[in-house]
Design a protein around this ligand. Structure first.
Ligand SMILES: Cc1cc2nc3c(=O)[nH]c(=O)nc-3n(C[C@H](O)[C@H](O)[C@H](O)COP(=O)(O)OP(=O)(O)OC[C@H]3O[C@@H](n4cnc5c(N)ncnc54)[C@H](O)[C@@H]3O)c2cc1C
Length: 309
């Protein structure tokens, strides 16, 4: 009997890409521009659009997990491979996508406790091959992979460390002047401050860490911001006292990304998991902000490689 069901094109698919160029933006940021014919179909939402960067095996090859077909079931196929044949992948953010010129920029943080992705970016040269799993603009589900959900809010707080800089700067560039924004980005050094175009209604503060521990400047900055923003926080208060789960960030993923909702205030916070956990406690448990108004995302964990489930 003929099937009456039409398969829905999956939200994400692999793209076989090549390095077009690589530019060191600052001591700890490398921008790699990728090109692929198929980028004409790449989703253009930007914002905090997440992608997977699939790295080659040490001999430069890739196992077959459907990349040549742009297979939407790439992950199941990858999982079905013997462990040693699974190419390593890591999570990154679209910094810029131009389907017309078939170019995609990714800003990689290069960190001293090097992992495969950071180390790959350090040595990226034109012509190198890599696979990027990203949104398929032809899919009705292509709005997935975004955690920026301000709903009706126009008073916005953005905060994160250097790994969240690509998302925060992309969001800032896209927001109109109807948004009243405070943004804070902690970076390793003063030389890592990047140029960003944004409206005057957004106030962006860079926080060079220099010799201080990771997250310390961001935590201090948000505490000062909260002290000075009593009225904003009062309007964003939860109707009753909220308990937040005491997540062990060494064992569990810290990811709390509420759906779009009505309300004046929205906060988006991402970066190293222990820092994000401290900021979550500060805003939700101590300052009483409604947790439905705040997205908290542990992008990585100090001392731990990204866990691939
Ligand atoms: C949704 C999402 C979007 C992201 N977007 C970006 C992005 O656009 N750019 C970006 O650079 N990162 C981004 N990240 C973070 C990135 O996935 C992690 O930093 C990842 O661990 C890097 O992989 P790796 O192979 O270099 O290191 P891993 O093999 O995962 O880790 C090796 C070691 O390096 C440490 N480490 C990992 N990252 C850092 C760091 N930034 N600074 C210091 N030490 C570190 C780990 O703690 C571990 O000890 C994003 C993460 C998520 C979840």
């Amino acid at each position: 009997m003929p099937s009456t069901q039409t398969a829905v094109r999956p939200a994400y698919r692999p793209y076989s890409a090549e390095v077009a160029r690589s530019v060191r933006l600052s001591p700890h940021f490398v921008r790699v521009t990728f090109t692929a014919d198929e980028f004409e179909h790449f989703g253009t939402a930007r914002l905090d659009q997440r992608i997977k960067i699939v790295l080659p095996h040490p001999d430069g090859t890739f196992s077959d997990f459907g990349q040549d077909e742009g297979a939407g079931d790439w992950y199941d196929r990858w999982r079905a491979l013997p462990h040693a044949e699974r190419n390593i992948f890591r999570t990154y953010t679209v910094r810029r996508i131009d389907p017309d010129s078939r170019e995609l920029d990714v800003d990689f943080v290069t960190h001293h406790d090097a992992g495969p992705a950071g180390a790959w970016a350090e040595q990226a040269v034109p012509g190198q091959q890599l696979i990027i799993v990203g949104p398929d603009a032809r899919s009705p589900l292509s709005a997935g992979g975004l955690d920026w959900h301000p709903g009706t809010a126009r008073r916005v707080l953005l905060a994160g460390d250097e790994t969240a800089a690509p998302a925060i700067t992309a969001i800032l560039e896209l927001l109109g002047d109807e948004y009243d924004v405070d943004a804070f980005i902690e970076v390793p050094t003063a030389d890592d401050v990047l140029d960003v175009r944004h409206h005057e209604t957004a106030r962006l503060t860079w926080l060079p860490r220099e010799d201080r521990p990771h997250g310390a400047r961001l935590i201090d900055a948000l505490a000062s911001w909260a002290d000075a923003s009593g009225e904003v926080l009062a309007r964003a208060a939860a109707p009753r006292r909220q308990l937040v789960d005491d997540i062990d960030v060494d064992l569990e993923l810290l990811w709390d990304s509420p759906d779009p909702a009505d309300g004046e205030f929205y906060a988006w916070i991402a970066g190293e998991a222990a820092t994000v956990k401290t900021l979550r406690r500060m805003l939700v448990s101590e300052r009483g902000v409604d947790r439905k108004r705040v997205a908290f995302m542990g992008y990585w964990r100090l001392g731990q490689a990204e866990r691939i489930e």
